[in-house]
Design a protein around this ligand. Structure first.
Ligand SMILES: Nc1ncnc2c1ncn2[C@@H]1O[C@H](COP(=O)(O)OP(=O)(O)OP(=O)(O)O)[C@@H](O)[C@H]1O
Length: 592
């Protein structure tokens, strides 16, 4: 059933990518495939006509030969360029579709599971090569047309000769097993390949250059890459050698069998059981049968490749469908009246059994600013990701004004969110775009400048040679590189592009700023947020290790080992004298 679906996907993708080109090409390749054996038949008629002195047979033979030549010529001249274009169209279509499918998966699970990541990588890497699917499909049409014609001609000489192409099937089998083995060796070495790519990236990336040199890691990296490469090649060479031996043996056996068949037909002709034309036909068909089975044997590899690529493509489409949260169709509310409630929320990352969050029950009241604090690994970022619905909780629920977040459409929810992270992305675009993409629906200059002012990034933009039009990033010759803090200010401005988000998530977005700058920024931000919150009931969730910032929040949530340990205002928590008070005192002492 699945193989039928894959074959169908292969066919429909090829024809949908270039309907007219594929139809014309299919007809042309089929004609070309039939023309060669038909010409051979023409030659055998010619020989029989000459031997029996029959002019009508001679004329028919010549007609078939000339007609065949003409068809082959036209099909060649017109067919090849069309085929190339069809192939490019198909590759383009698959690539565009893949991007669409992968970026359309709303959650992050596919990035977390190594098995899924591996397969995704395979599909992406092979996407451009899948255009070959169109060519292989045309080749398959040609092979069917050619095989039927050759079988018909051989059978017309003697039915026993039909065994010859069947013997050729053993060549197809040997090519298949050896290509499967080689593919397996290649797939088995994929994790090493990914690691090698990653290590090469690390060794040449300017950002890692500093630490590499300080810790003297260059040599270690090179040795590691070298040993991984050696292991990878060893597996692949072993598989290729094995395939070579099997294929060579089978090919030799097939050649000997064909030679015996030719001798047999000659002997029968001497006994008057076959005509001279029959001998010529079998002799001339010999290289064609060899070519045909050889062609199939060679293309088995490509058919395998295409089928594998399409089965991965099919898998990805199914995966995207299963993980599209299609049943989440409720719209996000336009404003919050009661707030966001986490009810007994537990979470384990995909592919892991250990709970990162356990039994978290918490209410984030509408219009409040909530700070999450706790030591490294306490689960703060994970909670932020669940609020953004990058994952669904493993147990429990998140309720938005009483509505389960799992039922709200991810697009609708995210259009009401804004976020700034510590490990923000340095989008190498113009300064205007770096900020503006925080809300692609209102990318006007005024909106961008307002966000820059809220993120206190005016000084960064003022220092750029072309202001907002400056290209940022080192990959461009005229690109300007910024410091970590400057990038972070732009990332913050990006988070402030949406003026009235229902949920603003700030996960240590100011870690690269000095404490004074962070404090100023939050004071200014808190004032603006209160006004916005009174209008929409929006909630701000802030993760920070700096208590001077945290104390401004309406509600502070202290997390420890994936659980909520304390909740309250700064004053309440200090009065309670528990973990928060202890951590606060520690930090205050360090600043004294
Ligand atoms: N993608 C992931 N896959 C598996 N485990 C993860 C992943 N991300 C985080 N974890 C684990 O989840 C736990 C909580 O991590 P999280 O990033 O939520 O902590 P945090 O409180 O934000 O820490 P920090 O203050 O260091 O940012 C950690 O033990 C971490 O190892």
């Amino acid at each position: 059933m699945r193989s039928l679906r894959i074959a169908w996907l292969w066919m429909t993708t090829s024809f949908k990518a270039a309907p007219l080109l594929m139809t014309i090409s299919s007809v042309l390749v089929a004609l070309r495939a039939v023309a060669a054996p038909t010409q051979t038949y023409g030659v055998s008629l010619l020989v029989d006509g000459l031997a029996g002195d029959r002019s009508s047979t001679i004329a028919l033979g010549i007609g078939i030969i000339v007609g065949g030549l003409a068809v082959s010529f036209v099909a060649d001249v017109v067919g090849w360029p069309l085929q190339d274009t069809a192939q490019e169209r198909m590759a383009g279509r698959v690539h565009a579709d893949l991007l669409d499918v992968t970026t359309g998966i709303p959650g992050l699970t596919h990035h977390e599971r190594p098995d899924v990541a591996d397969r995704l990588e395979l599909v992406r890497e092979r996407a451009w090569r899948m255009g070959v699917g169109a060519e292989v499909l045309l080749w398959a049409f040609a092979t069917v047309a050619n095989t039927v014609t050759v079988l018909g001609l051989l059978g017309s000489v003697h039915p026993l000769l039909l065994l010859l192409p069947l013997l050729g099937a053993s060549r197809i089998w040997s090519a298949y097993v050896s290509s499967t083995r080689q593919h397996k060796a290649w797939e088995d070495s994929l994790p090493q390949e990914r690691l090698v790519d990653r290590l090469i990236e690390v060794s040449k990336d300017a950002r890692t250059g500093l630490e590499l040199r300080v810790f003297g890691l260059g040599r270690v990296l090179v040795e590691r890459i070298f040993s991984l490469q050696t292991e990878r090649y060893r597996r692949r060479v072993e598989a290729a050698r094995w395939g070579g031996k099997v294929d060579g043996t089978v090919r030799l056996a097939f050649g000997l069998a064909y030679a015996a068949a030719v001798v047999w037909v000659i002997v029968r002709a001497r006994d008057g059981l076959q005509t001279a034309g029959d001998v010529v036909l079998v002799l001339l068909l010999a290289p064609q049968v060899d070519q045909m089975t050889g062609g199939i044997a060679q293309n088995v590899h490509w058919v395998g490749e295409v089928v594998r690529s399409f089965s991965r493509y099919d898998w990805l489409r199914e995966y995207a469908k299963d993980n599209s949260w299609r049943t989440s169709t409720d719209p996000a509310p336009a404003r919050l009246s009661s707030g966001i409630e986490l009810r007994n929320v537990g979470f384990s990352y995909p592919g892991s059994d250990s709970a990162v969050l356990s039994n978290v029950s918490l209410t984030l009241p509408a219009g409040s600013a909530v700070a999450l604090v706790g030591e490294n690994g306490a689960g703060k970022t994970t909670l932020v990701k669940l609020l953004a619905r990058m994952y669904d909780p493993t147990t429990g629920h998140i309720l938005v004004d009483g509505v389960d977040l799992a039922t709200i459409s991810p697009d609708s929810w995210r259009s009401q969110l804004s976020a700034g992270f510590q490990d923000f992305v340095k989008f190498e675009l113009t300064a205007r775009e770096v900020v503006g993409i925080g809300d692609v629906s209102s990318e006007s200059d005024d909106a961008v400048r307002a966000a820059i002012s809220r993120g206190e990034a005016e000084s960064v933009v003022a220092g750029l040679p072309l202001g907002l039009d400056t290209q940022l990033g080192k990959k461009f010759t005229d690109g300007v590189e910024l410091s970590g803090g400057q990038w972070q200010r732009l990332a913050l401005a990006r988070a402030f592009m949406r003026e009235r988000p229902l949920l603003l998530l700030l996960d240590e977005p100011t870690a690269a700023l000095d404490p004074d700058a962070e404090h100023r920024l939050y004071e200014q931000y808190a004032a603006a947020a209160r006004i916005a919150a009174s209008e929409t009931g929006g909630v701000t969730v802030l993760v920070s290790h700096r208590f001077s910032t945290v104390r401004m929040a309406d509600l502070i949530v202290v997390m420890h080992n994936g659980r909520v340990e304390e909740v309250g205002s700064h004053e309440d928590l200090l009065a309670a004298g528990a973990r928060y008070a202890e951590l606060f005192e520690l930090q205050a002492r360090a600043y004294r």
